[in-house]
Ligand binder design. Structure first.
Ligand SMILES: C[S@@+](CC[C@H](N)C(=O)[O-])C[C@H]1O[C@@H](n2cnc3c(N)ncnc32)[C@H](O)[C@@H]1O
Length: 262
C-alpha cells in the first residue's frame, strides 16, 4: 500500500526544504508552513493552465524543470497533466520519489535525475514549467532556445524567474550584494545585458555545477523567448496582492506565460 505506516514514516523523516505538499488530512511535508497550492505563484500557474492550454490541461504532457522536491510537479499532476520532473540533485530527487509513491502516481508523475542542460526527451511537451531555474544557469540565453525545443507547437511555457534589476531598482533589491555591475555578451548576434549572481552552491535550491549564474534583463528575456518560437508572451500580474510591483522589485522576479507558435 502506498500510504502505509512505513511510507508515512519515510515522508515524516525526510527533510523537505521548500515545498509543503498536502499528503493526507493533518499530514504534509512541511508542517507549519503554507501549503504549496495556497501560494500565489502556484495559483498563477493553475490560472495560466486554465487560460492558456486550449481544451484544458487534462491528459496533456508537462515537464517541471529543476523540480527540487516535487511540489510543483505534484501541482501539475493535480491539474491532470502527465508530468516529468527533472532534477540534478539526488537527495532532492529522493524526496520527489517519496511523494510520487505516496500518491501511487508512477506513470503519471515521473522523475528523471538529470542536469536540465543534458535532458533530451523523446517528444516535446504541451506544458513546460521553468520555475526558479533559469537564473541558476551559466548560459540562460542558450537555455531559452532549449525551452523552445521542449515546448510542443501551441504549447505553454510558464517561466517564473529572477531578472537583473535596473540601476534605479538595485538599492531596493534583496539580492543586490550578490549581483555584479552590468555586463554584456553576444548570443547569436544579440547583445545580452545581464548581471552575474554569486551562488551559494551548498544549498539544495542552488545552481548545479556553476558558482556564478547570470540574471538577464527583461528585454533580453523577451527577445530570446520570441527567437525561441514563443510568439506570444504574457506577463502575469494580479496574484500577489496590494503592493505587488514593490514586492516584485524587491525580489527582481517576473512571471511569464509564453505560447509557442503553433
Ligand atoms: C530554486 S529551486 C526551484 C524549485 C522549483 N522549481 C520551484 O520553483 O519551487 C532550483 C532547483 O533547480 C535545481 N537545479 C539547478 N540547476 C540545475 C540544473 N542545471 N539541472 C537540474 N536541476 C537544477 C536545483 O537543484 C533546485 O532543485
Amino acid at each position: 500500500m502506498p500510504q502505509d505506516a512505513p511510507a508515512r514514516a519515510r515522508l515524516c523523516a525526510a527533510k523537505f526544504v521548500a515545498h509543503n505538499i498536502p499528503l493526507a488530512p493533518g499530514l504534509c511535508t512541511r508542517p507549519g508552513e503554507p501549503l504549496i497550492g495556497e501560494s500565489p505563484r502556484t495559483k498563477a500557474i493553475h490560472d495560466a493552465l486554465r487560460l492558456f492550454v486550449p481544451g484544458g490541461a487534462g491528459g496533456k504532457t508537462a515537464v517541471d524543470l529543476g523540480c527540487l522536491e516535487g511540489g510543483l510537479t505534484y501541482e501539475l499532476w493535480r491539474a491532470g497533466l502527465r508530468v516529468v520532473g527533472v532534477e540534478a540533485r539526488e537527495d532532492n530527487l529522493e524526496r520527489c520519489l517519496l511523494v510520487r509513491d505516496w500518491f501511487d502516481a508512477a506513470g503519471a508523475m515521473e522523475f528523471v535525475r538529470s542536469d536540465v542542460r543534458e535532458f533530451r526527451p523523446g517528444a516535446a511537451f504541451d506544458v513546460v514549467l521553468c520555475s526558479g531555474l533559469l537564473y541558476h544557469l551559466d548560459d540562460p540565453a542558450g537555455y531559452i532556445g532549449e525551452l523552445g525545443r521542449l515546448a510542443a507547437p501551441g504549447g505553454l511555457l510558464y517561466l517564473d524567474t529572477h531578472v537583473a534589476p535596473e540601476d534605479a531598482d538595485l538599492p531596493e533589491c534583496n539580492f543586490r550584494a550578490a549581483l555584479s555591475p552590468w555586463k554584456t555578451r553576444l548570443h547569436e548576434g544579440l547583445a545580452i545585458r545581464y548581471r552575474e549572481y554569486a551562488e551559494d552552491i551548498t544549498k539544495p535550491e542552488s545552481s548545479v555545477g556553476n558558482p556564478v549564474s547570470l540574471w538577464m534583463d527583461i528585454a533580453s528575456h523577451v527577445e530570446l523567448l520570441q527567437r525561441a518560437g514563443f510568439s506570444r508572451v504574457f506577463e502575469m500580474h494580479g496574484w500577489f496582492g496590494a503592493g505587488e510591483m514593490d514586492l516584485k522589485r524587491r525580489f527582481a522576479r517576473h512571471y511569464w506565460a509564453c505560447i509557442k507558435q503553433a
